[in-house]
Design a protein around this ligand. Structure first.
Ligand code: AMP
Length: 285
């Protein structure tokens, strides 16, 4: 009999909602979703879900309490847990940055040498500073790191930043990025080769890949086909089909969503018409 896969999901915080919507988009959403539920089974798959804090996921996976889980890459390193990163999930993106007050004389990360830095990510911060050859005194704080320079507790801070608006609101200026993070699917190291784990990784991966792409369709005069296909930022070969109208072909291609904005005017200028872009649900290379 195949064993059911157990998976830990963030029960609250920033990673909760996008983790749940990824499972939903993958067709394996929990059967009884609700704020207070701590455990659930998945619809359509032999997966048992355990809802825990994102910070606890790396340890639960390392210790074999669950087979896999979703957490932040920063938390994997901060908790110093030995787990396999199975998949980068493309949400929860943020970076660990060092910042000083607007008036501070520091201009680069190197200028932090010999100074006091407040952080709630001491392990990640220490490692990043060591790698850069910067020697600084780290002051560990549990929260509200941004006010530390104003309180005279430290000269600088090292904190996770996504938009940078919290830094600006608190009169702080970034000196640079020390580490890039995003949500990840992690699994136990040396797990007995599990078919269920491989399937879950493949299915979640197909949704993540699909989200980053759009299906593009357009009509092109045959004599301008080479010009249009040369513009397409696609790795595979586009599909070209004859239309009932003589001398016009339909071109279909998968293109990165991030390039649609710059691509559309160029396609139009190259004679493409009836241009459509559609979302893609899943993509298995
Ligand atoms: P939580 O504290 O439960 O809201 O989740 C914190 C996790 O969300 C972090 O460990 C990061 O992986 C991720 N994250 C994404 N953006 C940010 C941000 N601006 N500040 C802190 N954590 C962030």
């Amino acid at each position: 009999m195949t064993r059911r896969l157990t998976m830990a999901l963030p029960s609250k915080g920033r990673l909760r909602e996008p983790s749940w919507s990824l499972l939903e988009a993958s067709g394996v959403s929990p059967q009884e979703p609700g704020e207070r539920v701590l455990q659930a089974h998945c619809r359509n798959a032999d997966i048992d879900l355990l809802f825990v804090r994102a910070d606890d996921v790396p340890e639960y996976v390392q210790d074999g309490v669950v087979d896999c889980g979703i957490t932040g890459l920063d938390l994997v390193y901060e908790r110093d847990c030995d787990v396999d990163v199975l998949l980068r999930l493309g949400f929860g993106t943020c970076s660990l940055q060092a910042a000083v007050s607007m008036e501070d004389k520091a201009q680069s990360l190197e200028d932090l040498d010999g100074r006091r830095i407040a952080t709630s990510h001491p392990r990640l911060a220490a490692r990043a500073l060591r790698d850069l050859g910067i020697s600084a005194e780290l002051v560990r704080v549990a929260g509200s790191v941004e006010i530390s320079p104003r309180l005279g507790l430290a000269d600088a801070i090292i904190d996770l930043v996504s938009t940078g608006s919290t830094l600006r609101t608190n009169g702080l200026r970034s000196l640079g990025v020390l580490f890039e993070s995003e949500a990840v699917l992690v699994g136990q190291v040396d797990a007995v080769d599990s078919e269920a784990r491989r399937t879950l990784t493949m299915v979640l991966g197909s949704v993540i890949n699909a989200r980053a792409n759009r299906y593009l369709l357009c009509n092109v005069p045959r004599e301008r086909l080479a010009e249009v296909t040369a513009l397409l930022p696609t790795t595979g070969s586009p599909t070209v089909m004859d239309l009932a109208t003589n001398g016009v072909v339909a071109v279909h291609a998968l293109v990165p969503a991030s390039q649609i904005w710059s691509l559309l005017p160029k396609l139009e200028a190259s004679g493409a018409s009836s241009i459509l872009t559609l979302p893609v649900e899943r993509m298995v290379p």
